[in-house]
Design a protein around this ligand. Structure first.
Ligand SMILES: Cc1ncc(COP(=O)(O)O)c(C=O)c1O
Length: 313
């Protein structure tokens, strides 16, 4: 296949069945591999959408530097799109981000401003918001920009429906809420009975890329009315199931994928009692950026913790 630009490879990611992870014979579980995007994550979709939206509205011009608070994936994706389109880019990120992320950003030519690691992404958001008062910066702000939601409403959602028109449930992690809001809206427009569930970390549990709404910041673009429930996850379960994805299905995905697949299994158990069908679980990125966390070498067994879930069904 031939492409004019790497940007043409964004989206149209594959859906793969993960048969061994389904808890019931009448439920088929599918994972959408967003790690297949050019920089290895779902964020390529929104990086392109955010920058093209800035260009379309006239807010982003060639004399400006793009500035964005990001825990990594969005920064790497914006760095790639900015490089191709000829913009300078500065990422604001916590100083405890994994070194693979920092190296990749530098490789794409981005500058990095560090916020205190202890303050997490909220610290990066606060710092970037302050810096963006300088008119030389253009801050797309993925947490508050509808172009983030639109990338999923117009891209990810329709792709799922094209592959699985009868999908019964969709599960994704909660970061900015862009994936859940955009895909959720599109799926429910197609069929209001499709269920949408979030994987949300328990307060204080670190699952890279995901956030707990209980920490006090609710992303403005996140529309909780698209949800039929959410399941709280711990770092431990996320790591255990990231490893299980690799060992049972040969899928090398990031840590939030483990959180999401764990939640998808809870949803599948419920769906099994309700006639069964297809569950789609979005895996945001590949495992490369997490190798230094040694998730795959830890001796953890499949978690048997009590499930503290809320499925409004
Ligand atoms: C690794 C990872 N997983 C999940 C998410 C959540 O996606 P969204 O921001 O669309 O809610 C993100 C992004 O924040 C991420 O980087």
């Amino acid at each position: 296949m031939k492409y004019k630009s790497i940007l043409d490879l964004i989206g149209h990611t594959p859906l793969v069945e993960v048969r061994s992870l389904s808890p019931a014979d009448n439920v088929r579980m599918w994972v959408k591999l967003e790690g297949q995007n050019p920089t290895g994550s779902v964020k390529d979709r929104i990086a392109l959408a955010l920058i093209e939206d800035g260009e379309a509205t006239g807010a982003l011009t060639k004399d400006k530097t793009i500035l964005e608070p990001t825990s990594g994936n969005t920064g790497i994706a914006i760095a790639m799109v900015a490089k191709l389109k000829g913009y300078r880019f500065t990422a604001v990120m916590p100083d405890n981000a994994s070194h693979e992320r920092v190296s990749l950003l530098h490789a794409y030519g981005a500058d990095i401003i560090y916020s205190p690691g202890a303050e997490g992404t909220n610290g990066s958001v606060a710092m970037a918001t302050e810096l963006a008062k300088d008119k030389g910066y253009y801050m797309p702000f993925q947490y508050g920009n509808e172009a983030n939601v639109r990338a999923h409403y117009e891209g990810t959602g329709p792709e799922i429906l094209e592959d699985l028109p009868d999908v019964k449930a969709f599960v994704a992690g909660l970061g900015t809420g862009g994936t859940l809001t955009g895909v959720g809206r599109r799926l429910k427009e197609h069929d209001p009975n499709i269920k949408v569930f979030a994987a949300e970390p328990e307060l204080g549990e670190l699952v890279y890329g995901l956030r707990s709404l209980e920490d006090g910041y609710i992303p403005p673009i996140f529309d909780p009315t698209v949800l039929d429930g959410k399941v709280k996850v711990k770092a431990r379960e996320s790591i255990v199931w990231t490893k299980a994805l690799m060992q049972k299905e040969g899928i090398f995905a990031g840590i939030s994928a483990g959180a999401t697949i764990w939640v998808a299994q809870r949803v599948a158990e419920r769906l099994a009692k309700d006639g069964g069908g297809d569950v789609v679980c979005l895996l945001p990125d590949g495992g490369w950026k997490y190798l230094s966390t040694e998730a795959w070498t830890q001796e953890l067994d499949v978690a048997e913790e009590q499930v503290e879930d809320v499925l409004w069904w």
